[in-house]
Design a protein around this ligand. Structure first.
Ligand SMILES: Cc1ncc(COP(=O)(O)O)c(C=O)c1O
Length: 384
């Protein structure tokens, strides 16, 4: 390994949101306790040496770096005119909802899902429609009959897909995505595919980017990507939205312009280009490290707390864990983990229907910290 992901990096010295409470070991918000690839620091410090921050254009080789990344890592070729840079995926979801639907229209999501999805819909005066994922043994499946019933509603206009799916860690198969795409086309529903975790595919799994389905599927989609989860750049607020269909793209871009938004930031673009150009080996090693962390969670729980079950983590670094067998209410479960285990975690109910009894753990931390967290969970559960 060329990179040392075991190195402990004190984060309390910065204004890290994740580490805001010094009493608790944080395994909640989705950022990593790892330094970004060295190329990011080199590119940012080289630019900072100039110490003059006027209005900049996109770095000259920004798009070629983006294009080459998606071609080599995800297997599809993005075209330059598809790209709309925005300052974050959550903002882009709000823009998509507001630019591609009308007030009162319905937007479909699949809970349990990333909690800003419903917010993007409700903040915009649109109607939230859910098609909950079906829990089957220890994983989730799409209830396609229900999904079709929701898409068939007269005012259903948009579907927000999360692939890999936060918080359950599932990577959808090509067949599942094609079925979603077919239903969406049949009922005139645009697919917004949030693929922010799309580079974080654990060994043994494969991402099918929605855009790689091509043809009508591609024309009926908005693809949200960003380097922020992959390379730990969330503070730099930069994302790349791909919209192949010129009509949808025009609606989205005009709406954004109408709000006076420009999208992205100087350092975000510099970091994104550097990471996409030089970060592949770092990412490969990160994925091996994250897989070992996920394996540790599985083996620890099986040996020490077999009543608590972790879903198989296929993509992202967000581990979905079923504490339901403890029979605690959600508040009591969160309190146990906070007050007894001294951990800051994401309660499952935050992610909507189906989340009760679950906890989401962020595994993108040093192994020693994860071991501490697991040991504390065991002590808290056994000591109840
Ligand atoms: C599915 C998903 N989309 C979007 C985001 C946040 O994106 P951004 O920070 O670019 O707004 C996250 C962060 O955890 C996420 O999990």
């Amino acid at each position: 390994m060329a990179y040392d992901f075991d190195k402990l990096i004190p984060r309390g010295t910065t204004r890290s949101a994740k580490w805001a409470n010094p009493e608790l070991l944080p395994l909640w918000v989705a950022d990593m306790d790892f330094e970004s690839p060295p190329a990011v620091y080199e590119a940012i410090s080289a630019r900072a040496a100039h110490n003059l921050y006027g209005y900049d254009r996109l770095p000259e080789n920004y798009f070629p770096a983006v294009q080459s990344w998606f071609k080599t890592r995800q297997g599809y070729e993005v075209q330059e005119d598809w790209l709309v840079a925005t300052s974050g995926v959550v903002g882009a979801l709000h823009l998509a909802v507001q630019s591609l639907t009308l007030p009162g229209d319905e937007v479909v999501i699949q809970p349990p899902v990333y909690h800003p999805f419903p917010r993007a819909i409700l903040n915009s005066g649109r109607q939230l429609v859910t098609s909950p994922l079906k829990r089957v043994h220890e994983h989730y499946e799409i209830d396609f009959d229900d999904l079709e019933a929701q898409f068939a509603r007269r005012r259903a206009k948009l579907f927000i897909l999360c692939n890999p799916h936060n918080p359950i860690g599932k990577v959808y198969s090509r067949e599942e995505l094609k079925t979603i795409g077919d239903l969406a086309l049949k009922h005139g529903v645009v697919v917004v595919s949030d693929e922010i975790h799309g580079d974080l595919i654990l060994p043994g799994n494969q991402l099918t980017p929605f855009a790689s389905l091509g043809g009508d599927y591609l024309s009926n989609s908005v693809i949200a990507t960003a380097p922020s989860k992959t390379f730990n750049l969330a503070g730099l607020a930069t994302s790349n939205i791909f919209i192949a269909n010129p009509v949808l793209r025009d609606q989205f871009a005009r709406f954004s312009e109408g709000l006076g938004l420009h999208g992205g930031s100087l350092y975000g673009f510099i970091a994104c280009e550097a990471a996409y150009r030089s970060g592949a080996q770092w990412l490969d090693e990160l994925l091996v490290y994250l897989k070992a962390n996920a394996d540790l969670v599985q083996s620890f729980l099986k040996a020490e707390l077999p009543e608590i079950k972790a879903d198989e983590l296929q993509g992202s670094y967000l581990q979905w864990v079923d504490f339901g067998a403890l029979g605690l209410g959600d508040e009591a479960l969160e309190a146990l983990l906070r007050d007894k285990a001294k951990l800051w975690v994401s309660p499952g109910i935050q992610f909507g229907e189906g989340g009760s009894g679950f906890i989401r753990l962020n595994l993108a931390t040093q192994r020693s910290r994860l071991e501490t967290a697991l040991t504390r969970i065991k002590a808290a559960v056994k000591g109840q």
